[in-house]
Design a protein around this ligand. Structure first.
Ligand code: C5P
Length: 221
């Protein structure tokens, strides 16, 4: 029997860290849908597509071949057969993904892939529209959020650990702009599904957040 957990929420709420831990606890597969949108963005950047032109994005995305493999529990995103995981976490890709993910043809292209994965195995899938659009029948839906300042502080620490120069106010501004785009776009905007459980991680540790989600799962399944 296949079970699905959908975790949606804004950038920097801790979705991927928490989703991976929940998946490990339950021996489910973790599916990172943001990485698929990022791979599409990388494709568009490589093709030199203008991010101001949704029609060009919609046209170009048709030729991208994106697929997923799992190696030792890690999700590998293949773009035209190439493992592109190492290229997905740049600011340039983040910015393009945030714009191109609002283009309907981009979303249509990735919807099937996401649904197929959830049909064939038990997954913890994170994204923006998993509970509302991709897996409306998921056993558990979580809307994971945190204040923009908390999320900006987390990003700031990540940059500092990597030794990269950064500015807290600037990071917070970028996060709020991305939230605004994700929440106000016409197609599949980021919002809490009616039957989703709201988890605010501002005052919670990662392990406390994981515990909370596991207890929701065990109370329902
Ligand atoms: O979660 P992550 O930051 O990797 O997502 C990158 C971008 O992809 C987000 O800014 C969002 O616009 C988009 N996205 C989406 N729907 C998803 C996952 C990500 O629109 N299910």
């Amino acid at each position: 029997m296949v079970h699905n957990i959908a975790i949606d929420g804004p950038a920097g709420a801790g979705k991927s860290t928490v989703a991976q831990k929940v998946a490990k606890e339950l021996s489910f597969v973790y599916v990172d849908t943001g990485a698929m949108y990022r791979a599409m963005a990388l494709y568009l950047l490589r093709k030199g597509v203008n991010r101001e032109k949704p029609d060009e994005i919609g046209e170009a995305c048709q030729n991208a071949e994106i697929s997923i493999e799992y190696q030792n529990g890690e999700q590998i995103v293949l773009l035209d057969g190439e493992n592109v995981n190492a290229h997905l976490r740049t600011e340039e890709v983040s910015a393009m993904a945030s714009v191109s993910s609002a283009v309907p043809r981009v979303r249509e292209k990735l919807l099937d892939l996401q649904r197929k994965l959830a049909r064939t195995m038990s997954v913890v899938m994170d994204g923006r529209d998993i509970g509302t659009t991709i897996l409306p029948d998921a056993d558990v839906k979580i809307y994971l959020t945190a204040s923009s300042l908390t999320r900006a502080r987390r990003r700031y620490l990540e940059y500092q650990e990597k030794g990269e120069a950064c500015d807290l106010a600037e990071i917070q501004k970028t996060i709020e702009e991305r939230d605004q785009r994700d929440m106000t776009r016409e197609i599949s905007p980021l919002c809490q599904a009616e039957d989703a459980v709201l988890v605010d991680s501002s005052e919670l540790t990662i392990d406390e957040t994981v515990e909370k989600i596991l207890s929701v799962y065990h109370s329902k399944v």
